[in-house]
Design a protein around this ligand. Structure first.
Ligand code: CP3
Length: 353
């Protein structure tokens, strides 16, 4: 099946496009009433993730409303630790948690590397089904957490503010930390390669918590393992290149070394100035971002101005994928998303003449 709209893939590879492509992190989610209905029908968020038909249905929902140029697999980054036996659950208002967090050296040594076609079969089934239902409308993005970000949840047992447990492990027993990250890098690469084999046309590595590290530790414990994952990926499938996007939230300080990591594109959070970011990475990578997700609470007129300003800061030529600087928040008015997407369509062609 040939793709009817491939501007997202072309922009990631810095090939010419007619306008700037746009999609949104967490584009399928609670801000959509149709999502909330399917989630209720499923019972819970995890029931939704593990049911390929329903995961497919909610993946496609935002494309029915908005002219997005990519779909993203509906799932979660914590499927890998769950498949390792940590027992993922979500408690209302507190986010993700694990019944069996990783606490000791013995726990780390015992961590299995999940077989993506067994324990994570439900994810691959969702990918195949979504590809089929998309019928080539837009490309499908597969994703995973970065080894570092997965490790933070696995050691902290859930979300954290200070990252005391994982950082103590890292500072006290760096060798053990490296063993854990090495296992995670292998698991993530197997998982993403299986998504690619099942039909993912681009992949994104979410390093949500890399920005909590000091510079030296970021290089050694976060970036090094994301690069490792990239090296292990099969980035060609059926003769097509599979672009890889790496996103470290709070990574603006380290763009130069990230740009040397072998990725096709970097995700940018909203604190980073996209004009400066483009100068700093040069021709090495495309950039994806970076409107403040909270700007979507402003009135549509103000949102349009923000979109114009970001397009203008990136400037002329390919290599920009419009997105938010992090995921959309659950109570944003969907009409405001429409204002953002339509503004990208209206105001971006002038930068691609
Ligand atoms: O972008 C998309 O539309 C694809 C789906 C997607 C989800 N999670 C769905 C989801 C993706 C790419 C993720 C990644 C993810 N999950 C990350 C990395 C990206 C980021 O935000 O930095 C992280 C850290 C997680 C872990 C996680 N899962 C958190 C912190 C939460 C929020 C908990 C809460 O109560 O708000 C989740 C749940 C989650 N993942 C939801 C969705 C739509 C909300 C689930 C619901 O209540 O319906």
């Amino acid at each position: 099946m040939t793709l009817k709209n491939d501007i997202f893939l072309r922009a990631l590879l810095k090939q010419p496009v007619e306008r700037t492509p746009v999609w949104m992190m967490r584009q399928a989610g609670r801000y959509l009433p149709e999502y909330r209905r399917v989630r209720e029908q499923a019972g819970s968020f995890l029931d939704l993730c593990t049911n390929p038909e329903l995961a497919c249905e909610v993946t496609l929902q935002p494309l029915e409303r908005f002219d997005f140029d990519a779909a993203i697999l509906f799932s979660d980054i914590l499927t890998i630790p769950d498949a390792m036996g940590l027992g993922l659950y979500f408690s209302e208002g507190e986010g993700p948690k694990f019944k069996n967090p990783v606490a000791t050296a013995a726990d780390i040594k015992a961590l299995p590397i999940p077989d993506p076609d067994a324990e994570l079969r439900y994810v691959m089934d969702a990918v195949s089904l979504i590809r089929k239902d998309l019928q080539g409308r837009v490309p499908l993005i597969g994703f995973s957490g970065s080894p570092w970000t997965l490790a933070t949840y696995m050691v902290e047992g859930g979300s954290s503010k200070s990252f005391q447990k994982i950082k103590s492990l890292m500072y006290n027993e760096p060798e053990l930390m490296h063993q854990m990250l090495d296992k995670l890098a292998q698991s993530v690469a197997l998982y993403l390669n299986a998504q690619i084999a099942a039909g993912a046309q681009a992949v994104m590595i979410f390093d949500t918590w890399g920005g909590m590290l000091a510079t030296e530790e970021y290089q050694q414990f976060s970036l090094a393992y994301a690069k490792r994952v990239k090296e292990l990926l099969n980035t060609e499938q059926d003769g097509e290149k599979i672009p890889v996007i790496f996103f470290t939230k709070g990574g603006g300080l380290w763009l130069e070394t990230m740009a040397d990591g072998g990725f096709d594109a970097l995700g940018l959070d909203w604190q980073t100035d996209i004009a400066l970011a483009r100068q700093r990475v040069g021709d090495k990578v495309a950039l994806q971002g970076n409107m403040d997700p909270v700007a979507l609470y402003a009135q549509p007129g103000a949102i349009v101005e923000k979109v114009k300003s970001i397009l203008d800061k990136y400037g002329e030529g390919s290599g920009h994928v419009f997105n938010l600087g992090h995921g959309i928040l659950p109570d944003v008015n969907p009409e405001h998303v429409k204002a953002m997407v339509d503004a990208v369509h209206q105001y971006s062609p002038q930068y691609h003449q």
